[in-house]
Design a protein around this ligand. Sequence first.
Ligand SMILES: Nc1ncnc2c1ncn2[C@@H]1O[C@H](COP(=O)(O)OP(=O)(O)OP(=O)(O)O)[C@@H](O)[C@H]1O
Ligand SMILES: [Mg+2]
Length: 355
Amino acid sequence: MTSPATAQAPLIRLEEVTKVYPGRGRQSSPVTAVDGVSLEVMPGEIQAIVGYSGAGKSTLVRLINALEPATSGSITVDGTEVVGLSERQLRHLRLRIGMIFQQFNLFDSRTVWGNLAYPLHVAGVPKSEHQQRISELLHFVGLPDKAHVYPGHLSGGQKQRVGIARALATNPTLLLADEATSALDPETTGEVLELLNRVNAEFGTTIVVITHEMEVVRELADKVAVMEAGRIVESGPVFEVFSKPVQPVTRRFVGTVVDDLPPGPVLEALRARHTGRFVTLAFHDPEVRQSDVYAVLARHGVGFELIYGGIEEIQGVTFGNLTLALVGADDAVEQALADVRGLVPVTDLDRLEED
Ligand SMILES: Nc1ncnc2c1ncn2[C@@H]1O[C@H](COP(=O)(O)OP(=O)(O)OP(=O)(O)O)[C@@H](O)[C@H]1O
Ligand SMILES: [Mg+2]
């Protein structure tokens, strides 16, 4: 390697982007749907954007593919400044952007084939090439035998596979997914997320996924940005945001997938069933394994029972909070805890209650 590493340019760069909608009625005042958002997404990354309803997520996506003009700020996609492009230039840009939706948005009056031929036609792909491309796409999404079926005869998961095939038809560099799994059951959601992971891995497609489900973030994303009232209030690698959420809204989201401390009523129920000293251990450090902690307990002759919490795998790193009931002589437990504290943060649930 003789050449120095060149800094890669982001595929999407948002700088101080704001979108204000005029009030809908005479009485209502303007709505700032997106408020001074700056964000960079690198090529090949999977960026999640989470937030509650009305946070401005969909608006942000519509700004990125220029379905709506920004009120102010700068948006570049794949090196092109989006703000101020002509309709013709925008059509060209959109060929490089695929989009999938919560309600799939397929043409119900056309077969799967017809749905996939449409973007090829728009992109000017000769008819003679449609057969091969459509067949490739259907194989990729696992529906090789559905070409002549109408969407009405497909399950939700199958419809979304067609939606993904359609979005990929023109080999986009960027895929935007707005609540793409929100209408699906958990198992089908898993299958669609797996498919999106394959899109990213096999084609290097950059993906922006909008969701209110932290499961989606955990399964799919490299990075996450949390939106509230039009602003990004917290962002970073998924692992970092999950392990150290700062903003209250982020804590609420992370709490939906990672059990923190056992809540009061749960703790009471646990006390009725288990004896011993209750402690919660936080595994956030990729270098520390559960077995390291158990070895320390064993060395001090302290027994334990795992009573609450769970360990997750996020981006290949073990992560989570475990609540243990420790059983042993008081001073053995005290000494073991002192050593355990050298490995992982410990919350002493017994002491917590005394405070
Ligand atoms: N075309 C529009 N005209 C006026 N206001 C709008 C328009 N579109 C969105 N808004 C407002 O902008 C804000 C953000 O809406 P947006 O749809 O981006 O939120 P969201 O985060 O996608 O929510 P959800 O999770 O419900 O889809 C909301 O207050 C919404 O009412
Ligand atoms: Mg939305």
